[in-house]
Write a protein of this length. Structure first.
Length: 455
């Protein structure tokens, strides 16, 4: 045992190793030293657990691998061939070139973020985006924060703390990623009053629950699931009517915030912020990086008086949007103003791709990938808490393999990594969600991965 500790190389001997010398060219001596000391610490601890001392070369190999994993920029770009357009684990919506450029400029130079260039005084960072949002949704006022979870929390804290919020039992849902309606309500200091049943809730259920303690009615888009069959939900106009009678605001968490009519693309209807406003919802909440196709952001549109209440609440400062997201959001909204969303905003280019266009790309991929690859019919999904259960017909390149898990792993280890979908013993790659400029890197990655894992 003791001799095993003595077999460990010294810090100085490790620092003199050729491979470590190479690390020292790229990273500071302090960083490398910390890593070396930590490796020796780990080696000592495994020796104390009965392991034999690792050789210098083994330690160095581990060190180099750790440095590579720890000290590479993150997150890394990956190719999304899953066919899920809004994949939360893959960062939701990729941005338009204009949005990326706007972010770059906001990051690279000083901006008039909070300066009014006319009078040289302090301005609002939100003024321009607020106007665009009002124009696009028909709302009186708008407010933008860090994400939609923050927007909903801010809305509830500002309007309902210490009072009751009435929610349909079928909408007291968990969206995923830790967002559960009952928990958010509890955090806000409001009390959840559930009405109706899981499958059927009527306006009269809300009416019966109204009391002196009622602060708001809350509607929530169920996002990731569907109740089908014998179902009923109160409509926004019904709740708005009820709200007017009782002086109770209607808050509507739409989740995705889709500004376009999804039926044009063969999908079912996704409720839009404009409709919610038109239907009389007092505040409408949605994300920037779901079907809007922009950066992470939480957007609130609705009645001026209520939006002001949110904007003035101390919590608003804590959930403030950053300048780069704001720049990207502004550029994204401008696509809607210009009317070039389907060409410019990547997720809408993907959703509006025709089967013919996808088939052409799939055929090219198959021809390049060789004998085993085939093109099959399949389905893409929108994801991101919108249009649950809805799919878009697509064509997939299927890579049959006896070791499909290994092939998937090998693809994830390429640079850039390729993420596919395993289905019935094949690895499926969906061109719909692959950016056109990634076609060639994808083909190269599959060819490289296949050498190890194909068949
Ligand atoms: C996605 C979603 C949220 C959370 O939005 P983030 O922008 O991810 O914070 C909240 N509510 C609903 C209904 C959602 O679908």
């Amino acid at each position: 045992m003791t001799s095993d500790y003595r077999n460990l190389p010294s810090v100085d001997r490790l620092l003199a190793h050729q491979e470590i010398g190479r690390l020292l060219q790229d990273y500071s001596r302090n960083s490398v030293l910390t890593l070396v000391r930590r490796s020796l610490e780990q080696a000592r601890s495994s020796i104390s657990n009965g392991a034999t001392a690792p050789s210098s070369d083994q330690i160095v190999e581990g060190l180099v691998a750790q440095a590579k994993a720890l000290w590479s920029p993150s997150p890394r770009p990956v190719i999304n061939a899953t066919g899920v357009v809004l994949h939360t684990n893959l960062g939701r919506a990729p941005l338009s070139n204009e949005a990326v450029e706007a972010m770059r400029q906001a990051a690279l130079t000083y901006t008039d973020l909070e300066l009014d260039l006319e009078d040289g005084k302090r301005g609002s960072r939100q003024a321009q985006v607020q106007q665009l949002l009002c124009q696009l949704t028909g709302a009186e006022a708008a407010l933008v924060v860090n994400n939609n979870a923050a927007a909903v929390l801010l809305g509830l804290v500002a309007l309902a703390e210490g009072r009751e919020v009435i929610v349909s039992r079928g909408e007291a849902v968990e969206i995923g990623g830790g967002f559960r309606v009952p928990d958010v309500l509890r955090q806000s200091g409001a009390t959840l009053v559930e009405v109706g049943t899981t499958n059927r809730t009527y306006a009269r259920d809300y009416a019966a629950a109204v009391s002196d303690h009622t602060a708001a009615f809350l509607r929530v888009h169920p996002s990731n699931f569907q109740v089908t069959g014998f179902t009923h939900a109160a409509t926004t106009p019904e709740l708005a009517e009820l709200g007017r009678t009782h002086g109770t605001p209607v808050l509507y968490d739409l989740g995705s915030g889709c500004l376009l009519n999804t039926e044009r693309f063969g999908l079912s209807h996704e409720p839009t912020p404009q409709e919610a406003v038109e239907d009389g919802a007092d505040l409408v909440f949605f994300s920037g990086d779901k079907l809007l196709g922009g950066p992470q952001a939480g957007i609130v549109v609705g009645k001026e008086k209520l939006v002001q209440q949110l904007a003035r609440h101390p919590l608003a400062r804590a959930v403030r949007i950053d300048k780069m997201s704001l720049a990207a959001l502004s550029a994204t909204l401008l696509h809607y103003v210009k009317g070039d969303v389907l060409e410019a905003v990547p997720i809408w280019r993907m959703i509006s791709s025709t089967v013919d266009e996808i088939m052409q790309r799939a055929d090219v991929w198959r021809d390049r990938l060789g004998a085993d690859a085939i093109v099959v019919e399949g389905e893409s999904t929108v994801g991101g808490g919108s249009l649950p259960g809805e799919t878009l017909p697509t064509r997939l390149v299927a890579l049959p393999s006896a070791h499909v898990d290994q092939l998937a792993l090998s693809l994830r280890q390429q640079s850039p990594p390729v993420i596919g979908r395993i289905e019935s013993g094949s690895l499926h790659l969906d061109p719909r969600t692959v950016l056109p400029e990634q076609d060639e890197p994808l083909i190269q990655a599959v060819l490289a991965a296949s050498v190890g894992a194909f068949n």
